[in-house]
Structures are given as structure tokens and as C-alpha cells.
Design a protein around this ligand. Structure first.
Ligand SMILES: C[S@@+](CC[C@H](N)C(=O)[O-])C[C@H]1O[C@@H](n2cnc3c(N)ncnc32)[C@H](O)[C@@H]1O
Length: 287
């Protein structure tokens, strides 16, 4: 705290997380997915995980809370839009960053990130509300922009997992369809207040085209989802048992046309490219 009693900023110019929480006037409520970052070192590192050369002209943040990450994003971005569902925190953000709001550098959107229209953004950096992190991630991924997102550790590791590992699944194939997924850092519970029940992971998604082609993206993703519901079964049985999920009209035709080597595999050992090839074949002969 300074001699005049203010505790606005640290020497580096960044706002202090505890002071921000105090000024917000309420504590985080875990039932509302409110676990606020209080470890400056972690907050400082988050924007640095964006891929080199990221366009920082308009950064989106989902769930601003007291504004510790918003503050860091305003240091590096030309413009920030933050979506915050809790009215108390949305009002606090407008108060805390009055100058930036007046200058048009910060827009605070009140509302549910799953329901509001998201703006055109050039990158998204967020400590996500964990209860809806999957739905939010799959709203963001198809936009094809760099993402740095905090998830529950297990979720982040599943997103980044490679075939043949126990974490690999539908989430890995679907997320990696949109970009390269990398776990940048595991964050301990102590970095938050209130502390979450489990550790967290900061995940970077660098957008790129997949190294395979699928004509019908929706069918591809449904097909992958279907086969992972039967991950212990062979692909042959998986195709036959899950037509109600994949939407295949003639699963037997797919089994007849597919390679025996592929049919003997299990979903957990199929690389994304193999899923894509099989999905193309399935769409041709079985839909
Ligand atoms: C994990 S906290 C992160 C807060 C802050 N960015 C930080 O790192 O300290 C998640 C924030 O998302 C907000 N939130 C929860 N559900 C939301 C939703 N559906 N849409 C937008 N914000 C939401 C919560 O109120 C909370 O402020």
C-alpha cells in the first residue's frame, strides 16, 4: 500500500489481484464458477503464451471477474472485450477501468458467454468458468483464432492428448481438428481464491488447417463422437453399434468397404487422420 493509502498498482504498473478483489467488494462464489487468480506470476505469464506474431488488435476475455487478467490484457492489446455474467463484477470492471472504457479500449459485455453474440476477435485469453468450459471452447475453436485458456487440468490434458494415450478421446480429436493444442503450464490450486477442488492447466490453441480433408465437418465430428462411445470395442463393432449417433444409414456398407487393419483397431489408437479417412469413406458409402 502507498503512503496515501492507495494500492492501485504495483511497481510494474499492473494492478494487484488482492486489491482488485477488495475493490470488487465481493468474494468469489465457487457455485458461480468464480475462482480468481491471485498469483501475479501466473497472471503475468498467461498473455506470453500466445503464439508469436498474434494479432493483438482485439483480444476477447470470457469471465473477467475482478479484472486481474483484463488488466494484463489491456497492457498488451489495442482493444479488449470482456464478457462477464455476474452483474456485480461487470459493474466493478466498468468502474475499475473507467478510463479504458471511455477511450474505447475496453468493452464490458454483461451476459452469458454461451448466449451473447461474441465479437470478431483476433485472439482470446481467458481463465474460463469451469462449469461451461467445454461449451465455450467449442464456441471459440471454429473461429480459427489463437486461444490461451485456463481449464481444469484433466480437461486441458485430454484436449492436448495424442492417440495411444489414456487421455486421448473425442475431445482430443475435436479440439485438434481446429489447431495445435499445447499445455503451457499446470497451475496449482493455491494460485486462486477461492481455491478450486483440482489443479488447472493453461492451454494454447494455435489455429491451423488439419492435415486431412473432410467434406462434411459435422458428420466427421459426430462419427468421432460415436466411435468413442464404444472405445473398448473394435472400430468394426463401433461403426455397427453407433449408427444412431453418427447418423449412418448403412453401417454395414462402411464395414465392407473399410480396410481390415482399421476395422481391427480401437478408437483410442486411431490418429485424427485415420478418423478423417474413415469418415470420408463412411460418408461416401454409408450415409
Ligand atoms: C474462473 S473465474 C475467472 C475470473 C478472472 N478472469 C480471474 O482470472 O481471476 C470465471 C469468471 O467467469 C464468470 N462467469 C461464470 N459463468 C459465466 C458465463 N456463462 N458467461 C460469462 N461469464 C461467466 C464468473 O462470474 C467469473 O468472474
Amino acid at each position: 500500500m502507498t503512503s496515501d493509502g492507495s494500492e492501485q498498482v504495483r511497481a510494474s504498473g499492473a494492478r494487484d489481484p488482492d486489491a482488485l478483489i477488495r475493490r470488487a467488494g465481493v468474494r468469489g462464489d465457487p457455485d458461480r464458477d468464480q475462482h480468481f487468480l491471485v498469483d501475479d506470476r501466473v497472471v503475468d505469464r498467461i498473455p506470453t503464451y500466445l503464439p508469436e506474431g498474434t494479432d493483438l488488435s482485439h483480444v476477447l476475455e470470457i469471465g473477467g471477474g475482478p479484472g486481474v487478467l483484463t488488466d494484463r490484457l489491456l497492457e498488451v492489446a489495442d482493444r479488449v472485450t470482456v464478457v462477464e455474467q455476474d452483474e456485480t463484477f461487470a459493474a466493478h470492471l466498468r468502474r475499475e477501468f473507467t478510463e479504458e472504457v471511455e477511450d474505447g479500449r475496453l468493452t464490458v459485455v454483461d451476459g452469458d458467454a454461451l448466449a451473447v453474440d461474441l465479437p470478431e476477435f483476433t485472439a482470446c485469453v481467458s481463465n474460463l468458468p469451469y462449469g461451461i468450459s467445454s461449451e465455450i471452447a467449442f464456441r471459440l475453436l471454429p473461429r480459427g483464432k489463437p486461444l490461451v485458456l485456463m481449464f481444469q487440468k484433466e480437461f486441458g490434458e485430454r484436449m492436448a492428448a495424442e492417440s495411444g494415450t489414456s487421455e486421448y478421446g473425442r475431445l482430443s480429436v475435436s479440439a485438434q481438428h481446429y489447431g495445435d493444442v499445447h499445455v503451457c503450464e499446470i497451475v496449482p490450486r493455491e494460485a486462486f481464491d477461492p481455491q478450486p477442488a483440482v489443479q488447472s492447466a493453461i492451454v494454447r490453441v494455435t489455429p491451423r488447417e488439419p492435415d486431412y480433408e473432410v467434406d462434411d465437418e459435422e458428420f466427421f465430428l459426430d462419427f468421432v463422437k460415436a466411435l468413442f462411445t464404444q472405445r473398448r470395442k473394435t472400430i468394426r463393432n463401433g461403426i455397427r453399434n453407433t449408427a444412431h449417433i453418427s447418423g449412418l444409414a448403412d453401417p454395414d456398407a462402411v464395414v465392407e468397404a473399410a480396410d481390415e487393419d482399421v476395422l481391427r483397431k480401437r478408437a483410442g489408437n486411431m490418429a485424427p487422420t485415420e478418423f478423417a479417412e474413415l469418415a470420408q469413406l463412411a460418408a461416401d458409402v454409408g450415409l
